[in-house]
Write a protein that binds this ligand. Structure first.
Ligand SMILES: Nc1ncnc2c1ncn2[C@@H]1O[C@H](COP(=O)(O)OP(=O)(O)O)[C@@H](O)[C@H]1O
Ligand SMILES: [Mg+2]
Length: 389
């Protein structure tokens, strides 16, 4: 396998994740899932792997929702996917056929229309599609279920809030919740690279008060297991034809240096020299050069830039907290409080809240002994370097 940072992989190139995937199939038996973690951590590839080899009894459909801008586009896509999947199993979507007449998935150009040419109401399309799938699953087998893998739901909601209105985005969320609950044969596996809490707090300002996903299981995949990250590094070193005297040792050093995040494993290996043999030391040198470069393409600047829209007035406090934790491994609340208080006046409750948000946005995690630390070591290292701390 050749390094391909940020590219789409074929299922056999997606290393590891097997235990997590088995867990997720187990969870889906009982309820839907919201999978949230930093972008590039590997969420989409997990879905690709699940979609490529579903557990017994599951029918799957997968789609990235980030490109849709209206509720009607989303509903159309849900119907089109269902038709494509179920059509091949010779199942008819009766309620939808009553609404719009007989069509094939590939024939739907643009939005779904009623026979008189007017657009089909999106909620009605979703309701009927889900009811039809439920019926089709029951007809297929006594335990057959369908799961929609819907990637990047926050982008969809954000797009809809902007193009249509926040009110429509709220309706979409509510419909997702009720459809998810009303159909035992259908599950949703939703992902988001930004926490849904950002979308919800935006919608709350427009009067939204529901907790649409509180029945869903939250899953955070995190980096690869160490052994899998080493296997990935080893495969890529071979695939890219990189010369090294001790490949196993180099693979271990690479996995360790990037905290087992597969995107960074791909990235680092893609930057290693092709003409001379690498060593553990030269690997570290390349990594250092990459993350200190001002125009690196490791997507790290993103963690600095998004603080502004995410934290607004609290941005200076967030910076202070992150700067402190970039130079000290872990800190309990009281120590962070002292660091921040030395620079600015901050109310304890506000600081607690902010720390909670930094954890939900995956900048920080709490350790077992209730200290805070950076979630990813590489981001911490970059943070320290880029801010000259
Ligand atoms: N399990 C894996 N095995 C090998 N490479 C992976 C794996 N997961 C992610 N990658 C690499 O990381 C990149 C980002 O993964 P992706 O699933 O797109 O992240 P996300 O959806 O969380 O933003 C991929 O393009 C690929 O290079
Ligand atoms: Mg993705």
């Amino acid at each position: 396998m050749k390094s391909n940072p940020g590219g789409q992989l074929s299922p056999h190139q997606i290393i590891g994740r097997d235990a997590l995937i088995a867990d997720m199939w187990g969870i889906l038996e009982g309820r839907s899932i919201y999978m949230n973690d930093l972008r590039r951590i590997g969420k989409t590839q997990i879905m690709v792997k699940m979609h490529a080899s579903p557990a017994t009894g599951w029918t799957t459909a997968k789609c990235d929702l980030g490109g849709f801008h209206t509720a009607a586009e989303f509903a159309t896509q849900a119907y089109r996917m269902s038709l494509d999947v179920l059509g091949t199993k010779q199942k008819v979507l009766r309620r939808m056929t009553d609404l719009i007449g007989q069509v094939k998935g590939t024939e739907i150009a643009g939005l779904i229309k009623l026979p008189d040419g007017t657009p089909a109401p999106w909620k009605e399309v979703l309701r009927r599609t889900f009811a039809d799938i439920e019926e089709a699953m029951v007809a297929l087998a006594s335990t057959q279920r369908m799961v929609f893998f819907w990637d990047e739901v926050p982008f969809l909601l954000d797009n809809i809030a902007k193009r249509e209105s926040p009110a429509v985005a709220m309706e979409v969320l509510d419909v997702l919740r009720s459809l998810g609950q009303d159909h035992d044969r259908i599950r949703l596996l939703l992902t988001g690279s930004i926490g849904l809490h950002h979308i919800l707090s935006e919608l709350k300002q427009h009067g939204y008060n529901n907790s649409p996903l509180n029945r869903m299981e939250l899953v955070q995949p995190g980096p690869l297991a160490e052994a899998d990250a080493i296997t990935l590094a080893d495969d890529l070193l071979q695939g890219d034809g990189i010369k090294c005297d001790e490949r196993a040792e180099c693979a271990r050093v690479i996995a360790d240096a990037v905290g087992c995040v597969s995107f960074y494993v791909h990235k680092l290996i893609s930057r290693l020299p092709r003409n001379s043999a690498i060593t553990p030391k030269s690997i570290q040198t390349v990594l250092h050069r990459e993350i200190t470069s001002d125009n690196n393409d490791w997507d790290l600047q993103h963690y600095r830039e998004r603080l502004t829209p995410y934290y607004g007035k609290d941005e200076p406090i967030a910076l202070e907290v992150l700067d402190s934790l970039a130079v000290t491994d872990t800190m309990p609340f009281q120590a962070i409080r002292r660091e921040v208080a030395a620079r600015m006046k901050v109310d304890d409750e506000r600081l607690r809240n902010l720390l909670g948000l930094l954890c939900r946005d995956h900048y920080l995690v709490r350790t077992e002994d209730n200290h805070y630390r950076f979630y990813l070591g590489l981001i911490r290292r970059w943070w320290r370097l880029s801010r000259s701390l």
